[in-house]
Write a protein that binds this ligand. Structure first.
Ligand code: 5AD
Ligand code: SF4
Length: 478
Protein backbone atom coordinates (compact mmCIF):
# COMPACT_ATOMS: atom_id res chain seq x y z
CA UNK A 1 0.00 0.00 0.00
CA UNK A 2 1.33 3.45 -0.84
CA UNK A 3 0.89 6.61 1.22
CA UNK A 4 1.97 8.89 -1.60
CA UNK A 5 -0.27 11.94 -2.04
CA UNK A 6 0.47 12.37 -5.73
CA UNK A 7 0.41 9.73 -8.48
CA UNK A 8 3.76 8.25 -9.55
CA UNK A 9 5.26 10.53 -12.19
CA UNK A 10 4.79 9.08 -15.63
CA UNK A 11 4.88 12.22 -17.74
CA UNK A 12 7.46 14.96 -18.09
CA UNK A 13 7.08 18.73 -18.26
CA UNK A 14 9.43 21.53 -19.23
CA UNK A 15 8.62 25.11 -18.23
CA UNK A 16 10.47 27.91 -20.01
CA UNK A 17 10.14 31.05 -17.93
CA UNK A 18 10.66 34.56 -19.27
CA UNK A 19 10.59 37.85 -17.39
CA UNK A 20 10.22 38.80 -13.77
CA UNK A 21 10.06 37.06 -10.39
CA UNK A 22 6.28 37.00 -10.61
CA UNK A 23 6.61 34.69 -13.58
CA UNK A 24 9.24 32.60 -11.81
CA UNK A 25 6.88 32.20 -8.90
CA UNK A 26 3.94 31.33 -11.20
CA UNK A 27 6.14 28.72 -12.91
CA UNK A 28 6.96 27.17 -9.55
CA UNK A 29 3.23 26.96 -8.73
CA UNK A 30 2.48 25.38 -12.12
CA UNK A 31 5.25 22.82 -11.57
CA UNK A 32 3.62 21.91 -8.24
CA UNK A 33 0.17 21.57 -9.84
CA UNK A 34 1.68 19.38 -12.57
CA UNK A 35 3.42 17.19 -9.97
CA UNK A 36 0.00 16.46 -8.49
CA UNK A 37 -1.15 15.49 -11.99
CA UNK A 38 1.65 12.93 -12.33
CA UNK A 39 4.23 15.05 -14.17
CA UNK A 40 7.87 15.50 -13.21
CA UNK A 41 10.20 18.24 -14.43
CA UNK A 42 12.76 17.41 -17.09
CA UNK A 43 15.87 19.53 -17.64
CA UNK A 44 15.54 19.43 -21.42
CA UNK A 45 12.51 20.11 -23.65
CA UNK A 46 13.52 17.21 -25.95
CA UNK A 47 11.86 14.50 -23.86
CA UNK A 48 8.96 16.57 -22.49
CA UNK A 49 5.31 15.54 -22.89
CA UNK A 50 4.27 19.09 -22.06
CA UNK A 51 6.13 22.35 -22.73
CA UNK A 52 4.91 25.58 -21.15
CA UNK A 53 6.21 28.99 -22.13
CA UNK A 54 5.55 31.36 -19.28
CA UNK A 55 5.84 34.67 -21.06
CA UNK A 56 6.64 38.36 -20.56
CA UNK A 57 5.11 41.24 -22.56
CA UNK A 58 6.89 44.18 -20.94
CA UNK A 59 8.91 45.10 -24.04
CA UNK A 60 8.62 44.10 -27.68
CA UNK A 61 11.92 42.22 -27.48
CA UNK A 62 10.64 40.00 -24.68
CA UNK A 63 7.63 39.13 -26.80
CA UNK A 64 9.77 38.38 -29.86
CA UNK A 65 11.82 35.93 -27.78
CA UNK A 66 8.66 34.01 -26.96
CA UNK A 67 7.74 33.64 -30.60
CA UNK A 68 11.20 32.44 -31.57
CA UNK A 69 11.22 29.91 -28.68
CA UNK A 70 7.82 28.66 -29.85
CA UNK A 71 9.29 28.03 -33.29
CA UNK A 72 12.01 25.84 -31.73
CA UNK A 73 9.53 23.82 -29.68
CA UNK A 74 7.38 23.23 -32.75
CA UNK A 75 9.91 20.67 -33.98
CA UNK A 76 9.72 18.71 -30.72
CA UNK A 77 5.94 18.83 -30.90
CA UNK A 78 5.99 17.47 -34.43
CA UNK A 79 8.35 14.64 -33.47
CA UNK A 80 6.86 13.57 -30.13
CA UNK A 81 3.31 14.92 -30.03
CA UNK A 82 4.37 17.12 -27.11
CA UNK A 83 1.63 19.47 -25.93
CA UNK A 84 2.53 23.14 -26.15
CA UNK A 85 1.00 25.89 -24.01
CA UNK A 86 1.63 29.61 -23.59
CA UNK A 87 1.01 31.13 -20.15
CA UNK A 88 1.82 34.50 -18.54
CA UNK A 89 1.53 38.04 -19.86
CA UNK A 90 1.66 37.39 -23.63
CA UNK A 91 -1.09 34.78 -23.12
CA UNK A 92 -3.25 37.35 -21.34
CA UNK A 93 -2.52 40.05 -23.89
CA UNK A 94 -3.11 37.99 -27.03
CA UNK A 95 -5.75 35.49 -25.82
CA UNK A 96 -7.38 33.50 -28.71
CA UNK A 97 -5.43 35.56 -31.24
CA UNK A 98 -2.35 33.58 -30.27
CA UNK A 99 -4.09 30.29 -31.18
CA UNK A 100 -4.92 31.74 -34.58
CA UNK A 101 -1.41 33.07 -35.09
CA UNK A 102 0.36 29.89 -33.95
CA UNK A 103 -1.49 26.90 -35.45
CA UNK A 104 0.62 24.31 -33.60
CA UNK A 105 -0.17 25.80 -30.18
CA UNK A 106 -2.45 23.65 -28.00
CA UNK A 107 -3.54 26.18 -25.40
CA UNK A 108 -3.24 29.67 -23.97
CA UNK A 109 -3.60 30.18 -20.22
CA UNK A 110 -3.78 33.59 -18.48
CA UNK A 111 -2.05 34.23 -15.11
CA UNK A 112 -5.35 34.14 -13.20
CA UNK A 113 -6.14 30.69 -14.61
CA UNK A 114 -3.16 28.75 -13.27
CA UNK A 115 -5.35 26.64 -10.98
CA UNK A 116 -7.31 25.53 -14.09
CA UNK A 117 -4.25 23.94 -15.68
CA UNK A 118 -5.42 20.34 -15.00
CA UNK A 119 -8.84 21.02 -16.57
CA UNK A 120 -7.22 22.64 -19.60
CA UNK A 121 -4.87 19.68 -20.03
CA UNK A 122 -7.83 17.32 -19.91
CA UNK A 123 -9.60 19.24 -22.67
CA UNK A 124 -6.41 19.36 -24.72
CA UNK A 125 -6.00 15.60 -24.17
CA UNK A 126 -9.47 15.13 -25.64
CA UNK A 127 -8.37 16.96 -28.78
CA UNK A 128 -9.34 20.54 -27.89
CA UNK A 129 -7.49 23.78 -28.53
CA UNK A 130 -8.40 26.55 -26.13
CA UNK A 131 -7.62 29.92 -24.56
CA UNK A 132 -8.51 30.39 -20.86
CA UNK A 133 -7.76 34.01 -20.07
CA UNK A 134 -10.58 35.22 -17.83
CA UNK A 135 -9.93 37.47 -14.85
CA UNK A 136 -11.03 36.46 -11.40
CA UNK A 137 -12.77 38.95 -9.17
CA UNK A 138 -10.71 39.86 -6.17
CA UNK A 139 -13.15 38.14 -3.77
CA UNK A 140 -12.89 34.87 -5.73
CA UNK A 141 -9.18 34.84 -6.29
CA UNK A 142 -7.25 32.35 -4.19
CA UNK A 143 -3.47 32.69 -4.28
CA UNK A 144 -1.95 29.26 -4.91
CA UNK A 145 0.04 28.27 -1.80
CA UNK A 146 3.64 27.16 -2.40
CA UNK A 147 4.40 23.54 -1.57
CA UNK A 148 7.30 23.73 0.91
CA UNK A 149 8.68 20.37 -0.29
CA UNK A 150 9.42 21.79 -3.72
CA UNK A 151 11.66 24.38 -1.99
CA UNK A 152 13.67 21.88 0.08
CA UNK A 153 17.36 22.65 -0.44
CA UNK A 154 16.65 26.23 -1.50
CA UNK A 155 18.10 29.05 0.62
CA UNK A 156 16.04 31.88 -0.78
CA UNK A 157 12.45 31.94 -2.06
CA UNK A 158 10.00 34.35 -3.66
CA UNK A 159 6.67 34.74 -1.91
CA UNK A 160 3.78 36.42 -3.73
CA UNK A 161 1.99 38.96 -1.55
CA UNK A 162 -0.14 40.68 -4.18
CA UNK A 163 -0.92 40.59 -7.86
CA UNK A 164 -1.88 43.20 -10.45
CA UNK A 165 -1.39 46.94 -10.48
CA UNK A 166 -3.82 49.85 -10.11
CA UNK A 167 -1.34 52.43 -11.35
CA UNK A 168 -1.60 53.81 -14.83
CA UNK A 169 2.00 54.45 -15.88
CA UNK A 170 1.57 55.41 -19.52
CA UNK A 171 4.30 53.08 -20.86
CA UNK A 172 3.30 49.97 -18.94
CA UNK A 173 1.34 46.97 -20.16
CA UNK A 174 1.16 45.31 -16.73
CA UNK A 175 -2.26 46.65 -15.69
CA UNK A 176 -3.58 45.07 -18.91
CA UNK A 177 -1.86 41.72 -18.48
CA UNK A 178 -2.10 41.27 -14.71
CA UNK A 179 -5.30 43.16 -13.94
CA UNK A 180 -6.34 45.04 -10.81
CA UNK A 181 -4.49 44.79 -7.53
CA UNK A 182 -5.43 41.89 -5.28
CA UNK A 183 -3.58 41.36 -1.99
CA UNK A 184 -3.06 38.05 -0.31
CA UNK A 185 -4.14 37.92 3.33
CA UNK A 186 -1.23 38.23 5.73
CA UNK A 187 -2.13 34.99 7.54
CA UNK A 188 -1.67 33.10 4.26
CA UNK A 189 1.63 34.85 3.52
CA UNK A 190 2.97 34.14 7.00
CA UNK A 191 1.83 30.49 6.90
CA UNK A 192 3.54 29.96 3.54
CA UNK A 193 6.77 31.47 4.87
CA UNK A 194 6.66 29.36 8.05
CA UNK A 195 6.37 26.28 5.81
CA UNK A 196 9.33 27.40 3.71
CA UNK A 197 11.49 28.04 6.76
CA UNK A 198 10.60 24.54 7.95
CA UNK A 199 12.38 23.05 4.90
CA UNK A 200 15.47 25.24 5.28
CA UNK A 201 14.65 28.51 3.45
CA UNK A 202 16.42 31.39 5.23
CA UNK A 203 15.57 34.37 3.04
CA UNK A 204 12.33 35.46 1.38
CA UNK A 205 11.64 38.13 -1.20
CA UNK A 206 8.06 39.38 -0.96
CA UNK A 207 6.91 40.05 -4.50
CA UNK A 208 4.15 42.00 -6.19
CA UNK A 209 3.91 44.61 -8.95
CA UNK A 210 3.52 47.37 -6.39
CA UNK A 211 3.95 45.98 -2.89
CA UNK A 212 3.59 49.45 -1.38
CA UNK A 213 -0.14 49.40 -1.97
CA UNK A 214 -0.50 46.00 -0.27
CA UNK A 215 -3.84 45.69 1.55
CA UNK A 216 -4.10 42.09 2.75
CA UNK A 217 -5.47 42.84 6.21
CA UNK A 218 -2.62 45.13 7.25
CA UNK A 219 -0.20 47.63 5.71
CA UNK A 220 2.86 46.39 3.87
CA UNK A 221 5.14 47.63 6.68
CA UNK A 222 3.06 45.60 9.16
CA UNK A 223 3.30 42.59 6.87
CA UNK A 224 7.09 42.93 6.91
CA UNK A 225 7.02 42.97 10.72
CA UNK A 226 4.75 39.90 10.85
CA UNK A 227 7.01 38.05 8.44
CA UNK A 228 10.05 39.05 10.51
CA UNK A 229 8.42 37.33 13.49
CA UNK A 230 8.56 33.91 11.76
CA UNK A 231 11.16 32.02 13.83
CA UNK A 232 14.23 31.03 11.84
CA UNK A 233 13.71 33.51 8.98
CA UNK A 234 16.95 35.47 8.67
CA UNK A 235 16.51 37.83 5.75
CA UNK A 236 13.60 39.66 4.12
CA UNK A 237 13.63 41.56 0.83
CA UNK A 238 10.79 42.88 -1.27
CA UNK A 239 10.13 44.15 -4.76
CA UNK A 240 8.76 46.24 -6.48
CA UNK A 241 7.79 49.61 -5.05
CA UNK A 242 6.20 52.61 -6.66
CA UNK A 243 7.85 55.73 -5.16
CA UNK A 244 4.51 57.55 -4.95
CA UNK A 245 3.08 54.88 -2.64
CA UNK A 246 6.15 54.64 -0.41
CA UNK A 247 5.04 55.45 3.13
CA UNK A 248 7.07 56.82 6.07
CA UNK A 249 6.03 53.65 7.92
CA UNK A 250 7.76 51.44 5.35
CA UNK A 251 10.84 53.67 5.33
CA UNK A 252 11.03 53.33 9.10
CA UNK A 253 10.82 49.53 8.81
CA UNK A 254 14.28 49.52 7.22
CA UNK A 255 15.66 50.98 10.43
CA UNK A 256 13.45 49.01 12.81
CA UNK A 257 13.26 45.46 11.43
CA UNK A 258 16.68 43.78 11.64
CA UNK A 259 15.69 41.04 9.18
CA UNK A 260 14.79 43.58 6.46
CA UNK A 261 17.91 43.83 4.33
CA UNK A 262 19.37 47.27 3.50
CA UNK A 263 18.59 47.11 -0.20
CA UNK A 264 15.75 48.98 -1.82
CA UNK A 265 14.72 48.78 -5.49
CA UNK A 266 12.90 52.04 -6.14
CA UNK A 267 12.23 52.59 -9.86
CA UNK A 268 12.46 56.28 -10.83
CA UNK A 269 12.13 55.89 -14.66
CA UNK A 270 13.37 59.43 -15.50
CA UNK A 271 14.97 62.51 -13.96
CA UNK A 272 12.86 64.96 -15.97
CA UNK A 273 9.60 66.22 -14.53
CA UNK A 274 8.15 66.72 -18.02
CA UNK A 275 8.83 63.08 -18.86
CA UNK A 276 7.64 61.87 -15.46
CA UNK A 277 4.36 63.69 -15.98
CA UNK A 278 3.89 62.13 -19.41
CA UNK A 279 4.71 58.79 -17.87
CA UNK A 280 1.96 59.47 -15.29
CA UNK A 281 4.28 58.58 -12.45
CA UNK A 282 2.64 60.96 -9.94
CA UNK A 283 5.89 62.39 -8.53
CA UNK A 284 8.58 64.91 -9.46
CA UNK A 285 12.25 64.06 -9.29
CA UNK A 286 12.50 66.40 -6.30
CA UNK A 287 9.84 64.43 -4.41
CA UNK A 288 11.58 61.19 -5.31
CA UNK A 289 14.95 62.51 -4.20
CA UNK A 290 13.49 63.76 -0.90
CA UNK A 291 12.37 60.17 -0.20
CA UNK A 292 15.85 58.89 -1.03
CA UNK A 293 17.40 61.40 1.39
CA UNK A 294 14.94 60.44 4.10
CA UNK A 295 15.72 56.75 3.59
CA UNK A 296 19.45 57.42 3.75
CA UNK A 297 19.03 59.46 6.91
CA UNK A 298 17.32 56.42 8.46
CA UNK A 299 19.69 53.79 7.02
CA UNK A 300 23.00 55.37 5.94
CA UNK A 301 24.32 52.21 4.25
CA UNK A 302 21.10 51.51 2.29
CA UNK A 303 21.83 50.13 -1.20
CA UNK A 304 19.54 51.67 -3.80
CA UNK A 305 18.76 50.32 -7.24
CA UNK A 306 16.35 51.63 -9.84
CA UNK A 307 14.81 51.27 -13.31
CA UNK A 308 15.18 53.91 -16.02
CA UNK A 309 13.55 54.22 -19.43
CA UNK A 310 15.36 56.26 -22.07
CA UNK A 311 13.92 57.44 -25.36
CA UNK A 312 10.41 57.89 -23.98
CA UNK A 313 8.34 59.81 -26.58
CA UNK A 314 9.20 63.49 -26.44
CA UNK A 315 12.36 62.99 -24.33
CA UNK A 316 14.72 65.81 -25.35
CA UNK A 317 18.47 65.94 -24.88
CA UNK A 318 17.82 68.30 -21.94
CA UNK A 319 15.39 65.79 -20.37
CA UNK A 320 17.99 63.06 -20.70
CA UNK A 321 20.64 65.31 -19.08
CA UNK A 322 18.31 65.64 -16.09
CA UNK A 323 18.26 61.84 -15.80
CA UNK A 324 22.07 61.83 -15.90
CA UNK A 325 22.10 64.49 -13.17
CA UNK A 326 19.74 62.46 -11.02
CA UNK A 327 21.93 59.37 -11.17
CA UNK A 328 24.90 61.51 -10.08
CA UNK A 329 22.85 62.86 -7.18
CA UNK A 330 21.53 59.50 -6.01
CA UNK A 331 24.56 57.36 -6.90
CA UNK A 332 22.60 54.14 -7.27
CA UNK A 333 24.32 50.88 -6.44
CA UNK A 334 22.94 49.53 -9.70
CA UNK A 335 20.49 50.43 -12.43
CA UNK A 336 18.31 48.50 -14.87
CA UNK A 337 17.84 50.64 -17.92
CA UNK A 338 15.74 50.13 -21.01
CA UNK A 339 14.86 51.80 -24.28
CA UNK A 340 11.20 52.73 -24.42
CA UNK A 341 9.17 50.10 -26.23
CA UNK A 342 5.66 50.89 -27.48
CA UNK A 343 3.14 48.50 -25.95
CA UNK A 344 -0.41 47.73 -26.98
CA UNK A 345 -3.23 49.18 -24.83
CA UNK A 346 -0.95 51.74 -23.12
CA UNK A 347 -1.77 55.44 -23.12
CA UNK A 348 1.74 56.47 -24.27
CA UNK A 349 1.24 54.69 -27.58
CA UNK A 350 -1.65 57.04 -28.34
CA UNK A 351 0.46 60.16 -27.70
CA UNK A 352 3.67 59.08 -29.40
CA UNK A 353 3.11 61.16 -32.52
CA UNK A 354 2.09 64.29 -30.61
CA UNK A 355 5.02 64.11 -28.17
CA UNK A 356 7.47 63.10 -30.88
CA UNK A 357 9.23 59.76 -31.34
CA UNK A 358 12.87 59.63 -30.28
CA UNK A 359 14.96 58.13 -33.11
CA UNK A 360 16.15 54.63 -32.18
CA UNK A 361 19.85 55.53 -32.67
CA UNK A 362 19.43 58.49 -30.28
CA UNK A 363 17.82 56.21 -27.69
CA UNK A 364 20.64 53.65 -28.07
CA UNK A 365 23.27 56.38 -27.64
CA UNK A 366 21.51 57.64 -24.48
CA UNK A 367 21.23 54.13 -23.08
CA UNK A 368 24.92 53.47 -23.70
CA UNK A 369 25.94 56.73 -22.03
CA UNK A 370 23.74 56.03 -19.02
CA UNK A 371 24.94 52.46 -18.64
CA UNK A 372 28.61 53.41 -19.03
CA UNK A 373 28.34 56.01 -16.25
CA UNK A 374 26.39 53.63 -14.03
CA UNK A 375 28.99 50.90 -14.47
CA UNK A 376 31.63 53.37 -13.20
CA UNK A 377 29.48 54.23 -10.18
CA UNK A 378 28.65 50.56 -9.44
CA UNK A 379 32.30 49.59 -9.49
CA UNK A 380 33.22 52.49 -7.20
CA UNK A 381 30.47 51.38 -4.78
CA UNK A 382 31.59 47.74 -4.93
CA UNK A 383 35.27 48.63 -4.48
CA UNK A 384 34.51 50.25 -1.14
CA UNK A 385 34.05 46.72 0.24
CA UNK A 386 37.52 45.52 -0.83
CA UNK A 387 39.54 44.60 2.25
CA UNK A 388 36.43 44.40 4.43
CA UNK A 389 34.82 41.34 6.00
CA UNK A 390 31.19 40.99 4.93
CA UNK A 391 28.31 38.71 5.91
CA UNK A 392 27.29 36.42 3.06
CA UNK A 393 24.28 34.10 2.99
CA UNK A 394 25.59 31.14 0.99
CA UNK A 395 23.40 29.86 -1.84
CA UNK A 396 25.65 27.07 -3.24
CA UNK A 397 28.43 26.62 -5.77
CA UNK A 398 29.54 29.58 -7.86
CA UNK A 399 27.95 29.58 -11.33
CA UNK A 400 31.18 30.24 -13.23
CA UNK A 401 33.62 28.27 -11.11
CA UNK A 402 32.40 25.11 -9.36
CA UNK A 403 35.43 25.16 -7.01
CA UNK A 404 34.10 28.35 -5.45
CA UNK A 405 31.07 29.14 -3.32
CA UNK A 406 28.46 31.79 -4.07
CA UNK A 407 26.23 33.90 -1.87
CA UNK A 408 24.86 37.39 -1.39
CA UNK A 409 25.73 40.29 0.86
CA UNK A 410 23.09 42.09 2.88
CA UNK A 411 23.04 44.65 0.03
CA UNK A 412 22.21 41.89 -2.51
CA UNK A 413 25.63 41.84 -4.22
CA UNK A 414 26.78 38.47 -5.51
CA UNK A 415 29.99 37.18 -3.86
CA UNK A 416 32.07 34.32 -5.30
CA UNK A 417 34.55 33.07 -2.74
CA UNK A 418 36.94 30.30 -1.83
CA UNK A 419 35.76 28.34 1.16
CA UNK A 420 33.67 25.43 2.32
CA UNK A 421 30.54 27.01 3.75
CA UNK A 422 27.47 24.94 2.84
CA UNK A 423 24.31 26.39 1.29
CA UNK A 424 22.28 28.13 3.98
CA UNK A 425 25.34 29.03 6.08
CA UNK A 426 26.28 32.58 6.99
CA UNK A 427 29.90 33.06 5.92
CA UNK A 428 32.21 35.90 6.81
CA UNK A 429 34.07 36.65 3.60
CA UNK A 430 37.08 38.96 3.25
CA UNK A 431 36.52 40.83 -0.02
CA UNK A 432 39.56 40.98 -2.32
CA UNK A 433 38.13 41.90 -5.74
CA UNK A 434 35.20 43.90 -7.07
CA UNK A 435 33.72 44.06 -10.55
CA UNK A 436 30.43 45.48 -11.79
CA UNK A 437 28.75 42.08 -11.59
CA UNK A 438 30.21 40.54 -8.43
CA UNK A 439 32.60 40.62 -5.50
CA UNK A 440 35.32 38.03 -4.90
CA UNK A 441 37.00 36.92 -1.70
CA UNK A 442 37.96 34.30 0.83
CA UNK A 443 35.94 32.75 3.62
CA UNK A 444 37.17 33.62 7.11
CA UNK A 445 34.59 31.57 9.02
CA UNK A 446 31.03 30.41 8.81
CA UNK A 447 28.00 29.58 10.90
CA UNK A 448 26.37 26.39 9.57
CA UNK A 449 22.63 26.38 8.84
CA UNK A 450 20.29 24.78 11.37
CA UNK A 451 19.38 21.12 10.81
CA UNK A 452 15.97 20.81 9.20
CA UNK A 453 13.49 18.00 9.76
CA UNK A 454 13.44 15.35 6.98
CA UNK A 455 10.48 15.29 4.57
CA UNK A 456 7.36 13.42 5.68
CA UNK A 457 7.11 10.01 3.96
CA UNK A 458 4.22 11.13 1.75
CA UNK A 459 6.07 14.13 0.39
CA UNK A 460 7.32 13.96 -3.14
CA UNK A 461 10.65 15.72 -3.44
CA UNK A 462 10.75 17.72 -6.66
CA UNK A 463 14.32 18.73 -7.14
CA UNK A 464 14.21 19.97 -10.72
CA UNK A 465 13.13 23.58 -10.90
CA UNK A 466 11.78 25.27 -14.00
CA UNK A 467 14.43 27.03 -16.05
CA UNK A 468 14.56 30.78 -16.34
CA UNK A 469 15.73 32.26 -19.60
CA UNK A 470 15.97 35.85 -18.50
CA UNK A 471 15.50 37.32 -15.11
CA UNK A 472 17.11 40.63 -15.68
CA UNK A 473 16.90 42.33 -12.35
CA UNK A 474 15.61 42.65 -8.89
CA UNK A 475 12.43 44.30 -10.01
CA UNK A 476 9.11 42.60 -10.40
CA UNK A 477 7.48 45.62 -11.92
CA UNK A 478 6.93 43.67 -15.10
N1 5AD B 1 9.36 50.12 -22.45
C1 5AD B 1 10.56 50.07 -21.82
N2 5AD B 1 10.71 49.73 -20.53
C2 5AD B 1 9.60 49.45 -19.84
N3 5AD B 1 9.42 49.10 -18.56
C3 5AD B 1 8.10 48.89 -18.35
N4 5AD B 1 7.42 49.12 -19.49
C4 5AD B 1 8.32 49.47 -20.43
C5 5AD B 1 8.22 49.84 -21.79
N5 5AD B 1 7.06 49.92 -22.41
C6 5AD B 1 10.51 49.02 -17.58
C7 5AD B 1 10.28 50.00 -16.42
C8 5AD B 1 9.87 49.07 -15.31
C9 5AD B 1 10.70 47.85 -15.65
C10 5AD B 1 10.29 46.59 -14.99
O1 5AD B 1 10.56 47.72 -17.04
O2 5AD B 1 11.49 50.63 -16.13
O3 5AD B 1 10.16 49.58 -14.03
FE1 SF4 C 1 2.25 49.33 -12.26
FE2 SF4 C 1 4.94 49.30 -12.21
FE3 SF4 C 1 3.65 49.15 -14.56
FE4 SF4 C 1 3.62 51.47 -13.19
S1 SF4 C 1 5.45 50.45 -14.08
S2 SF4 C 1 1.84 50.46 -14.15
S3 SF4 C 1 3.61 50.72 -11.06
S4 SF4 C 1 3.57 47.62 -12.90
Amino acid sequence: MTTEAAPAATKKHFIHTFGCQMNESDSARMAEILAREGYEATPTPDDADLILLNTCAIREKAEAKVLSALGRYRLIRNQRGTRLGVTGCVAQQEKEKLLQRVPYLDFVLGPDQIANLPGVLEKVGAGGRLAETGWMDSEEYVFPRADPESHRGQVSAFVTVMKGCDNVCSFCVVPHTRGREVSRHFTDVVAEIAGLVGVGVREVTLIGQNVNSYAGGCTFAELVRRVAAVPGLERIRFTTSHPHDLTPELMAAFAEVPQLMPHFHLPVQSGSNTVLERMRRKYTWEEYFAKVERLRALVPDLALTSDIIVGFPGETEADFELTMELIERVRYDNLYSFIYSARPHTSAIRHEEAWGLVPYETAVARLERLQKRQREITIEVNRRLVGRDVEVLVEGASRNDATKRMGRTRYNQVVNFTGAAPAGAFATVRIATASVAALGGEEMSHLPPPIVAPPPPAARAKTLLPIVSQSPHGASCD
